[in-house]
Design a protein around this ligand. Sequence first.
Ligand code: PEP
Length: 248
Amino acid sequence: MAQKIVAGNWKMNLQFEEGEALVNEILRGSRASDVAVMVFPTSLYVQSLSEQANGEITVGVQNFNANEKGAFTGEMSISQVESVGASIGLIGHSERRAIFHETDADLKLKVDTAVEKGFKFIFCCGEPLELREAGKEFNFVKTQLEASLFHLSADQLENGIIAYEPVWAIGTGKTASSQQAEEMHAEIRSWITERYSAQIADSVSILYGGSCNNKNAKELFACPNVDGGLIGGAALKAESFLEIINAF
Ligand code: PEP
């Protein structure tokens, strides 16, 4: 059975004290013990927040560099972020792909480095609006996964988590319907079954992301192939994030 996960991507939001207060409230308020709760603050806060979370909440990074060290001004390696308490990183968020021009090949390198270091990751995929409107969303997402993730061996893939995040739903208030989410998640699982095995497919968590909030989480999480959510805006307030965690 895939692990149920609710992860908050804080993006470039929250001052340090706000982040601390949010983690405090999440620690006090989350009830569902079989759900893994994760937060992805700005990397500056990782050390302090991971100490505060004390293993009850997983603290991760929104980005890392595939190189181990060297002349990469402004970048951080996996061993650096691990040394201050990060145990997981996002790879391939649509904002990194679109704004920072990260290519499938860049993401593949990050996946390979993460696997080599035993660093967990959430690999994000999802189609832009024009491709959904053209009925090409399944092909597009499959190509993203084949380009950067499906070269892994079965053992290596088991280390990863997939987040399906249709680009048209991110930060727009426009959520995929539970039917649209379930269809894509079921396809992703069937591709993993074809490429690996049904056992591996069942063990990989597939999260939904894109305007998931306290109003729609219950319906989305009730879908058999939706193992949780990667949450942006609604993860910034304890009340809505806790409701999402407790929606399982
Ligand atoms: C995200 O950035 O991963 C995301 C899902 O954002 P939002 O929930 O705000 O759409």
